[in-house]
Design a protein around this ligand. Structure first.
Ligand SMILES: Nc1ncnc2c1ncn2[C@@H]1O[C@H](COP(=O)(O)OP(=O)(O)OP(=O)(O)O)[C@@H](O)[C@H]1O
Ligand SMILES: [Mg+2]
Ligand SMILES: [Zn+2]
Length: 267
């Protein structure tokens, strides 16, 4: 079990110059949060924004991998962690960089996680950022809670898939945002629809329209629908996100639309 990173020894940390932050979270696991976080971070960077990507999925960090940034390394300057810079000048910080090897589990209770997340947000040397995009683990536990408390006024996006069980959990995530005063930009329905790769016809794999209905019911904007696309998987696995690998895909278009919405909402 790795130790928590040591506190900086030199004076108080500089106030973070993080102008906007976006918490990407969900009720259910595996719905595509990391995929959404990585593509949005990349989209913001391609719009010329100074972007950081922080993975607070302490037990299963894979945002760095999906951005093709897992070979990078954190450095320490004057007792502060410095996130390495990856593709499109995105500064990346992840638990993955702080573990001794890729298979090492992190066995920490909530308060320790909160402390580590506080250090990664407040004490790491992010420089000046227009956007800090935060990828969280599923559910409404310690990690998104810490982020919401450490970054008051943060924007948020809830990711869901169209199945009823995912939507049931998405309701909890929306309620969490309301409780914690996360500025919810809306609900994203991922893995929404599939076009047959052979004939192009739509295959109704999942129920249609339920996420939109949920958004209406819970008075949150319905942000976007991202279709199932094997190129999303290969983009994530290879660390080359679909946004830049297949910019003409419907998924890439959906990500660009979310980015445009973020830019409108920015402080
Ligand atoms: N629209 C999509 N089409 C096809 N595959 C997708 C799509 N979105 C995500 N995936 C794939 O589904 C898997 C899970 O996605 P991802 O890791 O982003 O989910 P997650 O919500 O971050 O999971 P976790 O809850 O474990 O953190 C990945 O292999 C990813 O490539
Ligand atoms: Mg994830
Ligand atoms: Zn077909």
């Amino acid at each position: 079990m790795p130790d928590a990173p040591a506190s900086p020894e030199h004076g108080s940390p500089q106030p973070p110059r993080i102008h906007n932050s976006l918490l990407v979270f969900s009720g259910k696991g595996g719905v595509g949060k990391t995929t959404v976080a990585v593509n949005i971070a990349l989209g913001l960077a391609l719009e010329g924004k100074r972007v950081g990507l922080l993975d607070v999925d302490i037990h299963g960090p894979n945002a760095a991998h999906m951005l093709g940034a897992d070979a990078l390394a954190v450095t320490v300057t004057e007792g502060r962690l410095v996130p390495p810079t990856g593709v499109a000048n995105i500064k990346v910080m992840s638990m993955a960089y702080l573990l001794p090897d890729a298979d090492a589990p992190v066995v920490w209770r909530g308060p320790v996680k909160g402390k580590v997340i506080e250090q990664l947000i407040k004490e790491a040397d992010w420089g000046e950022l227009d956007w800090l995009v935060i990828d969280s683990p599923p559910g409404t536990g310690d990690e998104p809670l810490s982020v919401a408390q450490l970054l008051p006024g943060t924007f948020g996006i809830v990711v869901t898939t169209p199945q009823a069980v995912a939507l049931m959990d998405a309701r909890k995530a929306i309620a969490f945002a309301n409780l914690l005063k996360v500025r919810l930009l809306g609900l994203v329905e991922n893995m929404s629809g599939l076009d047959c790769p052979h004939c192009g016809k739509a295959i109704d794999l999942f129920p249609v329209g339920a996420a939109e209905k949920l958004a209406r019911e819970m008075l949150v904007p319905f942000l976007s629908r991202i279709p199932l696309d094997p190129r999303v998987v290969s983009g994530g696995d290879s660390g080359r996100p679909i946004l830049t690998e297949s910019p003409d895909s419907e998924a890439a278009r959906a990500f660009r639309a979310i980015v445009a919405r973020l830019l409108e909402a920015a402080n």
